[in-house]
Design a protein around this ligand. Sequence first.
Ligand code: NAD
Ligand code: IPM
Ligand code: MN
Length: 357
Amino acid sequence: MSNKHIVVIPGDGIGAEITAAALSVAQAAAEKCGCSFTHEIKQAGGAAIDAFGVPLPEDTVEACRKADGVLLGAVGGPKWDNVAPELRAEKAILGLRKALGLYANLRPVKAFPALAGQSPLKPEIVSTVDILIVRELNGGIYYGPRQEATMIKGIEQACDSEVYSRPEVERIVRLACRAAISRKGRVMSVDKANVLATSRLWRKVAAEVAADYSQITLDNMYVDNCAMQLVLNPGSFDVIVTGNLFGDILSDEAAVLTGSIGLLPSASLGDGTGLYEPIHGSAPDIAGKGIANPLGTILSAAMLFRYSLGNEQAAVMIEKAVDQVLADGYRTADIYQQGFTKVSTEEMGRQVIARLR
Ligand code: NAD
Ligand code: IPM
Ligand code: MN
């Protein structure tokens, strides 16, 4: 792993705190492996609106294109909620996903043995959870034709449209099938084919793609049922493949199974630079207090090593250190229970570094 270079985008809210902790862990892990990488910090989101007047400066996009990987905190917050829609802080992340062609968002949801008692669900239900949510990230209702609120015949209306094409569905389902081969071999395609035309296309194409893979089984589930099954019987899922909006919602729900949304990492992959970020947002309610859980971002850095820096050793080292830090009883506020050691964002990062081996 020589001459690797990453871009770090802290973003807004807790972004600066969690990326600082994750960057320190990544640097320490690289050092332990006898390698290193360089990094540069770039702005996006509300921070970029404040500094440059736009949520996603071209300079940030260019730096990301050239880099081997991007580590992102989160963007957005109430300060920028009332700007023009095209200037919203969230446009930064949507624009980056499009500019980098990041069509596949991998969101692994795995129970941490040490946190089995932390979920609001019973430990015996959550302890078997090991799900990979494969969320389509470059299409669907997020990017379809849109009409902001306007007066039509005296009534205010707005419109968002969901569009999916065969190639878009094919590539994401193919990726999910390949991922399932090295797991339990089960893919659950989640849609709303009883209502939506895009879902009926999705279901048809998914069946055709899955037919190419004799090692996997493909099942279909409506998204409303899936939302229920995720809390009723989460251990029954292996790989879930779904569209952009359903994947967004189901992954926040699934996060609860692990104990906190602050624990979940993600990798956004396409044909170029990969982007790594926790699945949560900028958490404005706790920003600047030093109490945010950095583990989702630290685990995103592990995914960065795995998928973009070609360094599986560093990835596993970080994942094991996170398991150990939880086993040793360290807890940020979101996962704290009496009898455990409460630590700040920064201290959690230091404790992970102390366990890298
Ligand atoms: P959020 O994920 O920021 O917060 C939801 C709840 O989870 C809050 O109570 C928050 O304190 C808690 N939480 C989130 N991350 C945590 C962590 N690491 N440690 C401890 N607690 C944590 O969702 P929201 O409040 O709906 O959104 C806030 C802003 O973030 C919005 O502007 C939204 O658009 C944006 N957002 C950005 C991204 C991204 O950049 N990828 C993702 C989601 C939301
Ligand atoms: C996420 C976020 C984003 C999304 C927002 C901030 C655009 O919720 O990464 O999960 O909806 O994709
Ligand atoms: Mn989300």
